[in-house]
Design a protein. Structure first.
Length: 243
């Protein structure tokens, strides 16, 4: 790579990931593991569920508390959805789920706070759970639909929450190229493998898009009120309102 190419890459990395990297680095350096207590709890809970569900006696209890299927009554799915986020999918390696939770949840907990992290993770997971029912109702003939057999598929794991959190954090820190890459990867996933998991990721993207829009509107209204307050204070002769 030429010198100009390397310079461009450094500038791009600094602009795209610099603020995010500095925020995470400062939190880890000053607080270490105390910066991500909820993330560590999530990793521990996922590990416990994985260990239990692989025991001869443990599979059914884990399914009772955290298994979600579209064929279940809606109220059962809603009750189980929060814990379903931490039950690893049976057809995927558990280490992948643990790495996703540790990295993405950890960065989100540091960068956007624990409350917002939990809200987005739950909203994304719930969006996927509800989409499965809508998709089956639409039917396989539509690009937005699912076959009836999807109703029997176990729907667990943190992937929808991971996708939503990654996009939201990148959006908040203006890493727009990274957010767009994550979103495009989910679209490609559906194009290559048109299944329940892939379409639930799209549902998670739509949910986080709504959250981003709400956040933008609230911030814009707050800025408008501050600007109006400053103008009003200046025009009336009163000292400007301090932000």
């Amino acid at each position: 790579m030429s010198g100009s190419g390397k310079g461009f890459a450094r500038r791009f990395a600094a602009r795209e990931w610099g603020p995010l990297f500095r925020t995470v680095k400062y939190a880890v350096r000053t607080q270490r593991w105390r910066a991500i207590p909820l993330t560590l709890s999530a990793v521990a809970l996922t590990s416990v569920f994985q260990i239990i569900q692989n025991q001869s006696w443990g599979f059914r209890p884990v399914q009772i508390v955290g298994s979600v299927k579209a064929e279940y009554p809606l109220w059962i799915s809603l009750v189980r959805t929060p814990l379903s986020l931490f039950v690893p999918a049976l057809d995927l390696p558990v280490w992948g789920a643990l790495v996703q939770v540790l990295l993405v949840f950890g960065i989100a907990e540091i960068c956007i706070g624990r409350g917002r992290m939990l809200l987005i993770a739950y909203a994304a997971t719930l969006a996927g759970t509800l989409y499965a029912r809508v998709g089956i109702h639409i039917g396989p003939d539509s690009v937005f639909g699912l076959p009836a057999s999807a109703a029997k598929m176990v729907d667990t794991g943190p992937s929808a929450a991971v996708v939503a959190l990654a996009v939201y954090v990148c959006w908040r820190y203006r890493a727009y190229w990274t957010a767009g890459t994550v979103a495009m990867a989910m679209v490609v996933e559906v194009a290559l493998k048109n299944n329940l998991a892939g379409k639930e990721h799209i549902a998670a993207l739509l949910a986080v898009a709504v959250i981003c829009w709400i956040t933008w509107v609230r911030r814009k209204r707050r800025r408008d009120r501050l600007d109006q307050g400053r103008r009003t204070g200046s025009l009336s002769g009163a000292p400007p309102i301090q932000s």
